[in-house]
Design a protein around this ligand. Structure first.
Ligand code: HEM
Length: 421
């Protein structure tokens, strides 16, 4: 975290903008290793709504309070989702790193009002048709295939070998890409390159190929419907166009993959590092379900979500918000808000956290349940197949990715007794 003080730099917005005066930069490794401390510090200095600077010192508000995040997300007539409202577009360069998340796309993510209800309604009903038992069985199958690829070695790095590919394969299975084909494998790899770019990848070209493949899937399902999310979206009486369905399917896959993969990873980390979850006397591990829920309170995958844009001038948490200002939803900060944990430790058996957000644009109703099936199956299958699995490094050596947005580890190295192939 870097505090910005001193005379205004050229191009600094006028008083009243979040960048004015003492806004803090949201980047940096320090932030990601100890986010609770940052939130506590920000709360102490600014209250429930803090002025922050995004990449390139672009100003925004970080909403830290549980009731303020609930309020913003519940009032989409005041804090809306279409990023074209932003009053900072003239400062945003073409290669701005957050553009993939903030740049307007004609998908469900950026629609508002009646049009959003139409698009989200189709997704909700299509996801409701997913058979959770069949999804669980498919996840066991995917898990077994991935485990088989490293179980003979006795060591693995689970982020790249397990959690990310499993969440991706589960997502493309739900939309109807047949398992194990070269086409599906290519889609999985292109999605990885677009969502989680590594050195040497060309994310723009990969994203283009993702669009082409999903388009082909939509055309095929128009001709021959099947029991999958894509076919149910096509059959829905709302009558979405093929283009709208392609956009929304890509949003569904992308919205599912990263958070679910990191939910699995963060839960495995908790199980492998916290003695409360160690092997109990009867040889079983204490509640994977408890660990999954605790992670949503303490290490939620979508830490901060960008965002909402103010429809008109208004007030929030004692701050003057101007029309077109950007608000970042501080979901992790809201979950640890001392107002909802007076004198108590954060983390609970209840699920009143804001990890799936809230209101009109929240993670659509069946999606959290499906994510739970995927994550729970991934964790349980791994622990069943490799029962003496332990960390291959000291817990202190595990590092968090230097991202303000998604909380996940850089790597999760483990070791276990090799399984004879
Ligand atoms: C099967 C897995 C999942 C699917 C299919 C899915 C799907 C979606 C979709 C379609 C949206 C866009 C909603 C809209 O704009 O109307 C969304 C939003 C969101 N999802 Fe999920 N999701 C999944 C898993 C998760 C997980 C594991 C988390 C975090 C723990 C998560 C957190 C969120 C958040 C924070 C939003 C943003 C909501 C907002 O704008 O307020 N999702 N998800």
């Amino acid at each position: 975290m870097t505090e910005v003080t001193g005379p205004a730099a050229p191009g600094t917005p006028p008083p009243g903008c979040p960048a004015h005066g003492d806004a803090v930069r949201l980047g940096g490794l320090e932030y990601q290793q100890t986010p609770f401390e940052l939130y506590r510090d920000l709360r102490g200095r600014y209250g429930s709504v803090a002025p922050v600077l995004l990449d390139g010192d672009v100003p925004a508000w970080l909403v830290l309070g549980y009731s303020e995040v609930s309020y913003v997300t519940a009032h989409d007539e005041l804090f809306a989702r279409d990023s074209r409202r932003w009053n900072q577009w003239d400062r945003i360069p073409a290669d701005w790193p957050l553009l993939p998340f903030v740049g307007y796309q004609p998908s469900v993510l950026f629609t508002e009002g009646a049009e959003h209800r139409r698009r989200a309604g189709v997704i909700t009903e299509a996801l409701e048709g997913v058979d959770q038992f069949e999804l669980g069985r498919e996840c066991v199958h995917i898990a077994d295939q991935l485990i088989a690829s490293f179980s003979g070695r006795g060591t693995a790095e689970l982020m790249s070998a397990y959690t990310h590919p499993l969440a991706m394969r589960a997502a493309v299975h739900m939309v109807g890409m047949p398992a194990g084909t070269a086409d599906t494998e290519a889609l999985v790899e292109d999605l990885r390159m677009s969502l989680d770019t590594a050195e040497g990848d060309d994310p723009v070209a990969a994203y283009g190929r993702v669009g082409e493949r999903v388009h082909r899937l939509v055309t095929e399902r128009r001709a021959r419907p099947a029991a999958d999310v894509t076919s149910r979206m096509l059959e829905h009486p709302a009558g979405l166009t093929d283009e709208e369905i392609v956009q929304d399917l890509i949003s569904v896959i992308a919205a599912a993959q990263q958070p679910t993969a990191n939910w699995i990873c963060n839960t495995l980390r908790l199980l492998l590092t916290d003695e409360r979850f160690a092997l109990n006397v009867s040889g079983g591990r204490l509640s994977v379900g408890q660990a999954l829920n605790e992670v949503l309170w303490l290490d939620t995958p979508t830490q901060n979500f960008i965002g909402r844009w103010a429809v008109r001038d208004t007030q929030l948490g004692g701050r003057h918000i101007r029309a077109g200002d950007c608000l970042v939803l501080g979901l992790a900060a809201a979950n640890s808000d001392p107002q909802i944990w007076p004198g108590a430790e954060v983390g609970s058996e209840n699920s009143a956290h804001l990890s799936f957000s809230n209101g009109e644009h929240r993670c659509p109703y069946p999606a959290p349940l499906l994510a739970d099936v995927i994550a729970r199956t991934a964790v349980e299958t791994l622990l069943e197949r490799l029962p003496d699995l332990v960390l291959a490094v000291d817990p202190k050596e595990l590092t968090w990715r230097p991202s303000v947005w998604m909380r996940g580890l850089t790597a999760l190295p483990v070791q276990f007794t090799p399984v004879a192939q």
